[in-house]
Design a binder for this molecule. Structure first.
Ligand code: COA
Length: 163
């Protein structure tokens, strides 16, 4: 079991988060460094990093909105983000490949859920590929079916957790 600490993102974490993002997602799916930087700058309370032994090993970032449209590509660039929105939308969750399967994402997701509640959010929303539906169900998320999103090609599922 890795000794993981969770905290809000800082400017110095951006490069490490980007490296994890590109290691975890295909080129068509991965967010650019600029997008990650923007998410951190605009909504740091919705961007948590996991670190161990002085390095970032995973993260979750998000935006908030009253009018969620998970198929909206622009929202990934924080267009339409409203910090007071009642829904919080996970844009990326990723753990460095060498740490996957070692329990790193559990404290990260638990803290994110606590944070969403502390921010007064009603629902956490996200898009995921079919092979990770079971992962989100472990945290209580429900599958709302296939999304209209065409992000990166292929099919996405919409998941939600009512808080
Ligand atoms: C998905 C991901 C975030 C999980 O993080 P992780 O640190 O490897 O997961 P953990 O080790 O904390 O596992 C937490 C629990 O989820 C389970 N789990 C992990 N991956 C799973 C999967 N694909 N399907 C079902 N359950 C899964 C674990 O068995 C564990 O269950 P337990 O606590 O009952 O033992 C990580 O594998 C990752 O970054 N993958 C690539 C990026 C990605 O696909 N992100 C999701 C975007 S939609």
């Amino acid at each position: 079991m890795v000794d993981v600490s969770i905290r809000n993102v800082a400017a110095k974490d951006i490069r490490a988060c980007y490296d994890i993002e590109v290691a975890c997602f295909s080129a068509a799916e991965a967010a650019s460094m600029a997008k990650i930087e923007k998410r951190a700058a605009i909504f740091p309370d919705g961007f948590l990093v996991a670190h161990a032994s002085g390095r970032v090993i995973g993260f979750i970032n998000s935006g908030a909105t009253d009018q969620p449209d998970l198929a909206d590509e622009e929202f990934k660039d924080m267009v339409g983000h409203d910090p007071n929105g009642k829904n919080i939308v996970i844009l990326s969750i990723a753990v460095a490949p060498s740490y996957q399967g070692t329990g790193v994402s559990r404290p990260l997701m638990d803290r994110f859920i606590d944070r969403a509640k502390a921010l007064g959010k009603q629902t956490i929303l996200l898009l995921c590929r079919e092979h990770v539906i079971g992962y989100y169900k472990k945290f209580g998320y429900q599958d709302a079916g296939v999304s209209a999103s065409t992000h990166g090609g292929g099919q996405w599922h919409e998941m939600h957790l009512d808080l």
